[in-house]
Design a protein around this ligand. Structure first.
Ligand SMILES: [Zn+2]
Ligand SMILES: [Zn+2]
Length: 235
């Protein structure tokens, strides 16, 4: 199995998982109470409507990723079994790079009124969001956000001479799980135990106030640049 096949398999599996979890929440929403951030009012019709754009974006992201990895070339991908500390470090690098990238483009799409109106407002139409709504966005935004993964690959190559395929596979899977969680509308682990890890509540507040909390994986960028929003900052 080459790098591309493995990553695409993870992509497809993640998408099916996102679809299944979202459908489950739409159907069982009334019975799920623990950690619920708001009352949802869903219909299967809304779910189908959101799925159409999500499937389109998933296809575009897969094409962009396939083309980018093909251009980078197989010789830059390694199947080497690396030490756990190195795996953890490289995984963290991927998360950090992608987070800085997403914070930057997300903040730009809010501060530039033209970009907000033409592109980012689509994502904010998903009210209330369901887990798979991280894919409910204008296609340009979906492709822009997906570029964070490619950026991470390039940084890994600069740091180590290649991109370890197990790190990429783990990161791709984590990324989808994280996005599903922050759009789920449920805060399962209380925020006080998460430190600087971006929580569901953190992104929920972004959708609630339509501004601030631009980062996704961590909260330190919003704290550092004064863009954090919550009940206290909006008083
Ligand atoms: Zn936004
Ligand atoms: Zn969102």
């Amino acid at each position: 199995m080459n790098a591309l096949t493995l990553l695409m398999s993870i992509f497809v599996f993640s998408f099916i998982l996102a679809f299944a979890i979202s459908y489950f929440i739409v159907l069982k929403e009334e019975k799920l109470q623990y950690g619920k951030l708001y009352t949802k009012e869903f219909t299967v019709k809304m779910f189908v409507y959101r799925c159409r754009l999500a499937i389109k974006n998933f296809t575009l992201i897969s094409i962009l990723t396939t083309a980018s990895l093909h251009i980078i070339g197989d010789s830059f991908f390694s199947f080497e079994k690396i030490a756990i500390w190195k795996f953890a470090f490289l995984f963290f690098v991927m998360v950090a790079i992608d987070d800085v990238w997403f914070y930057s483009i997300h903040r730009l799409m809010h501060t530039n009124k033209y970009l907000y109106k033409k592109i980012h407002s689509v994502h904010h139409q998903a009210v209330p969001p369901i887990p798979m709504d991280f894919l409910f966005a204008h296609p340009i935004e979906a492709l822009g956000a997906a570029f964070g993964l490619i950026l991470g690959v390039l940084v890994l190559i600069l740091l180590t001479g290649n991109a370890n395929i197990y790190v990429l596979a783990a990161y791709s899977f984590y990324r989808t799980l994280h996005e599903l969680e922050v759009h789920s509308g449920f805060q399962i682990i209380p925020e006080k135990y998460l430190g600087l890890i971006g929580s569901s509540k953190h992104h929920f507040n972004h959708h609630k106030y339509h501004k601030g909390n631009y980062a996704s994986a961590f909260t330190y960028l919003d704290k550092l640049f004064g863009t954090e929003v919550n009940e206290k900052t909006t008083k």
